[in-house]
Design a protein around this ligand. Structure first.
Ligand code: G6P
Length: 358
């Protein structure tokens, strides 16, 4: 059944649980496990760009920030712009560049307007979208479909995960495999199962009660976990109506730390045991020293648990796919907190699924 809630209390929870299926659909026929290659027919005619710009809004902008990192790793200069800011002055459209509109619906007015501006200035455009035949898909030179299936809940969940997956496919394809490796293909193949494991084993529902009286929540992460920290906070504020902010972990000390108290729970994403994890743990210690409750979202490879009041575990995976697993835990935190608080989860006040005005 495509449009019913299939026994879930809300579309959002149903869509969170649909993520393994959504990602399988998005990857189907696009990964060649034997050769370790990615093949996406829609991208056959897209040349390797000299520069790439992403334009997007809301959750899709967070996906775009993740995409930027993938291209930078491959040596292609990349930038993400909030679509509403792209054409406020003379748009910085790159010559011989590719401009990618990341838009689930393909109908967001700000994103369409940024793409039109880019097209008018001679850029090649690509729509990364869920909706076949959407305005973005029709107007852009190319379209890459994320194949998430319909999303009814206003708060984007499965489409964000599908966007991150598709951005890996895009980066692999247009840079001729310069961004990843056979390990990445294996990790992408396993990601639907890993997400299922998170869904089956999560303890998100159990920890939210402790924080239901708090009114301000922070989310921190580094590198590819930074966009997920932003997304975790956005999801949380959209549906709980509580104040939430996401920060790059290293920025805490440049201002936000002034807000950290025993009343501000901090969700920290830490995976692996490398330099980034070590530095983020340093930031976790800073908030712990101010008595803030800490919830670590971690794969257990570091000792972050020592500094955390609660742990939300994710399986070990590739550094590119770890953010997707962390994000699922944060989706569940937002959902269960909003549910405890009795909020209108599928249709939060003042928000629309697709915003068709600038
Ligand atoms: C609205 C929705 C958000 C979404 C944003 C961009 O604000 O409430 O969930 O992220 O639009 O939507 P798009 O369809 O362009 O991805």
């Amino acid at each position: 059944e495509q449009t019913g809630k299939s026994g879930y209390d809300h579309y959002m929870l149903k869509e969170i649980h649909e993520q393994p299926t959504a990602l399988r659909q998005g990857l189907s026929g696009r990964l060649d496990e034997l050769s370790g290659e990615v093949t996406v027919d829609e991208l056959d005619t897209v040349a390797t760009p000299e520069t790439i710009h992403f334009v997007a809004c809301g959750t899709s902008y967070h996906a775009a920030l993740y995409g930027v990192e993938l291209f930078r790793e491959a040596g292609v200069p990349a930038q993400a712009f909030l679509a509403s800011e792209y054409a406020t002055g003379p748009a910085p459209v790159p010559e011989n560049g590719l401009v990618v509109g990341v838009t689930q619906s393909g109908e967001t007015a700000d994103t369409l307007s940024a793409l039109r501006e880019a097209q008018g200035r001679g850029a090649v455009t690509l729509a990364l979208t869920n909706v076949v035949g959407s305005t973005a898909a029709r107007e852009c030179d190319h379209a890459l479909y994320i194949r998430s299936g319909p999303e009814i809940g206003v708060a984007a969940t499965k489409t964000f995960s599908s966007q991150l997956t598709a951005l890996n496919l895009l980066a692999e394809t247009v840079t001729d495999g310069a961004t990843g490796s056979r390990d990445l293909v294996a990790a992408l193949r396993d990601i639907p199962g890993d997400i299922q494991q998170v869904l089956d084993e999560t303890t998100a529902e159990e920890i939210v009660d402790e924080y239901r009286d708090n009114e301000s929540f922070f989310f921190i992460g580094r590198g590819l976990h930074f966009p997920v920290a932003l997304e975790g906070a956005l999801k949380f504020k959209e549906i709980t109506y509580e104040h939430a902010e996401g920060f790059a972990a290293g920025e805490l000390k440049h201002g936000p730390l002034a807000l950290v108290t025993r009343n501000t729970p901090v969700f920290a994403i830490v995976t692996g045991d490398g330099e980034r994890a070590r530095k983020t743990i340093g930031n976790v210690k800073e908030v712990e020293a101010r008595d803030a409750p800490v919830v670590a979202v971690t794969d257990g490879q570091s000792d972050v648990e020592r500094y955390a009041d609660h742990v939300l575990e994710i399986p070990e995976t590739h550094p590119r796919t770890a953010p997707m697993l962390a994000n699922v835990q944060l989706q569940l935190v937002a959902y269960h907190m909003a549910d405890r608080l009795g909020r209108s989860i599928d249709k939060p006040r003042n928000l629309a699924k697709s915003v068709t005005v600038e």
